[in-house]
Design a protein around this ligand. Structure first.
Ligand code: FES
Length: 221
């Protein structure tokens, strides 16, 4: 399946939107929400984020309470001014990540391009399979992909396998952030440095003990 089944609701981004660094994230959030419908606006957003906003702006690590992310749910938090998706993937979604039907349609199913730390260089692109942690910036031109986790034969595009659909030019990603072939986005969604803490907490912005990963080493944000 190519992009022909997807009718972009917007024209090409304005020139001022050409680099993610220059984008207003809230503008992107609203842009995405207007495409995937009002239900998406009910996504838990920033509600599991513990540090104060001024601390976040300074680039401090962000702690997330995973007990507040129900199975099948996604929350979005800000880390260094970037949206980070945290998804609690149920068993059925994890099983789909290994289905040959899906793998055959991905551009980089084995995560060969360095878009993640070594500890997320696996079939689920995360430390533990259940929780996905990904920077939610499309690797094409930086829009915010919409979370559409359930497979559907016709919606939002034909033969949808569940994952993310970018509203700007129709790039598609699976629930591990792996990009599909035949779409404008060239790379998988980046995985930020993060670690699991005790008490069902997750910290974005720090590697696990002994791991060394510099987010600036990824191929493309
Ligand atoms: S920004 Fe173009 S497809 Fe996502």
């Amino acid at each position: 399946m190519g992009t022909s089944h997807f009718a972009p609701p917007y024209g090409a981004p304005h020139a001022e939107d050409a680099t993610p660094q220059r984008r207003d994230f809230m503008k992107l959030l609203l842009r995405s929400g207007s495409v995937v419908g009002l239900a998406s606006l009910a996504w838990p957003f920033l509600d599991a984020m513990e540090p104060a906003r001024d601390t976040l702006a300074a680039g401090a690590p962000v702690d997330v309470d995973l007990s507040r992310v129900a199975s099948g749910q996604q929350i979005t938090v800000l880390w260094r001014g970037k949206p980070v998706f945290i998804v609690n993937r149920p068993p059925a979604a994890l099983n789909r990540l290994r289905e040959p039907q899906l793998l055959a349609r991905l551009r980089d199913p084995g995560s060969d391009v360095r878009q993640q730390p070594a500890y997320a260089d696996n079939w689920h692109r995360s430390i533990v399979p259940e929780y996905a942690v990904m920077v939610g910036i499309c690797t094409h031109l930086g829009c915010l992909p919409g979370y559409l986790p359930k497979p559907n034969p016709t919606t939002p595009v034909n033969d949808w396998l569940g994952g993310y659909l970018c509203p700007c030019h129709g790039s598609k990603y699976d629930l591990a952030g792996r990009v599909f072939s035949g779409v404008p986005a060239p790379f998988n969604l980046p995985v930020p440095p993060y670690r699991l803490l005790g008490g069902n907490k997750l910290r974005i912005g720090e590697n696990p003990p002994g791991a060394r990963f510099d987010f600036s080493s990824i191929v493309q944000l």
